[in-house]
Design a protein around this ligand. Sequence first.
Ligand code: B12
Ligand code: SF4
Length: 470
Amino acid sequence: MDNRKRVLLVFLASDSGVDGARSLFEQPSKNGAKEWFDKTVRNLIKQTQFAVPPLALMILASVEVEGVEQTICDLRFEELPLEIPWDLIGISIQTGMASKAFDLADNLRAKGYTVALGGAHVTLFPEACRIHADILVQGEADDIWKTVLKDLKKGATKKHYIPEAFPDLSLSRSVKSRLFDKKRYFTTNIIQTGRGCPYSCDFCNIHILNGNRHRRRTVESVVDEVRRFSQDDKRIFFFVDDSINANEEYAQELFSRLVPLNITWFGQATTTLGQQPRLLETFAQSGCRALLVGIESIEPASRDTHNKTQNRSTELAEAIINIRKAGISLYGSFIYGLDGDTLATPAAILDFIRMTKLDVPGINILRPNPGTRVFERLREEGRLLFDPDDLSAYRYTFGQEMLYKPKQITLSDFIESYSKLTAELFTVTNSFSRGFSAPSAKTAVLLFNLFYTHLYALSRHDLKKQLHLI
Ligand code: B12
Ligand code: SF4
């Protein structure tokens, strides 16, 4: 008798945004040509906008237990292979996709499958997830997943697994890279060097999910992984760390070691990098072509209210200019609508972007996600526009809906000023000019800006509709 256990790990598509933006009010089109055009644009956006494989599931699928086979299904690109009698189906849940994930889990359980749920939403809200799962896995599952698989093999799984402590990342765990059809993705070279964040910005929950202490892998194991991955996929590397320069000494050692490997890479960093000249030079030498930096706000009052304490606003511009001078293009992520913001803020953002020549500006609307401190505060202040318990309200959209009332600006003034700001920033002419003047990754910068011109037009369309409906 075949005693092997088959495990399927599932990653869900979000409703819109990076997974193929569409209007929240879209009706099925009767015009075939328009439908074809929209679908083609959506697919293009999906592929070029960081369509990377789910690292969490790569890590879990790399855990080896004799007699257990694991397969990943990425629902952004494929259908569920239900012709196979899986012994266990694991689903990764982010808050924005939670209601979709629960529906899927309920359906699969009704068909007789055993379902395990894990991921950020389970870690934050285990009780709400419990009724949809046979097995709950709370927290970082790098080590405890092995226990789940061994228990599965023995036919003795438990209802709830929770690690005693955050995994020690300095222990070597090998991640397999040959798990996917490479063509679907922008790149399959995705790597994480550390977890946890010492800061506590109130709109973020990384410090809750991964702790306030920054844990790191050994330089040796990251270098090995880069070497191994680059044999399979010659494309760019994406370091998913929230801030790849969190520990200067570590980053200096790691990226010096990567110089001889001749890769190109992008990642996410804090603007502090602009004041770390040695590290900045090493980043450029090791193949860094673009970085995402969370500027969030240039209003001191907003930075204070939302506990964004690192780097003062006055230092931001200089830091950005320094990073670009080193030959690295920058995606600068802003949030307009924070509590210290006024109707004068958009003009200040525009000036800042013009002065620093940011290559791709991202102008976000605050999303008070459950589990963050800002969510609790807005709920207490009666400023949420949706029922806080309605999970479908937290779907990922591209600046397409307001979930709360801004503090100092009326909703209609906010929508009008936000729309005006994005219309001024994102035009075809500006896209070409940013692409042309980008210090590196010019084509990517051009494409990003062109897509954003399309996506922010969707945002303006949907926000206007929302305003009429409220
Ligand atoms: C890279 C990244 C992206 C990339 C790529 C995402 C992808 N497709 O893989 C892009 C840019 C596309 C992206 C988009 C979004 N992202 Co994002 N992203 C990240 C980031 C920086 C790293 C993700 C990662 O690979 N982590 C490494 C893995 C190993 O960690 P992990 O996912 O937590 O997995 C561990 C556990 O959670 C658990 N686990 C996870 N899944 C499962 C499943 C099972 C069965 C089990 C047992 C365990 C388990 O075990 C894993 C190993 O320990 C994280 C922040 C972070 N530091 O994690 C945010 C993060 C995941 N993103 C987040 C959000 C909100 C989004 C968006 C919705 C954006 C938005 N503004 O609304 C979209 C969603 C689009 C989508 N379909 O993913 C939030 C999710 C918060 C939440 N409460 O759910 C995070 C945590 C950031 C934050 N500050 O809050 N993102
Ligand atoms: S936004 Fe960045 S710096 Fe702030 S808590 Fe989250 S990960 Fe840390």
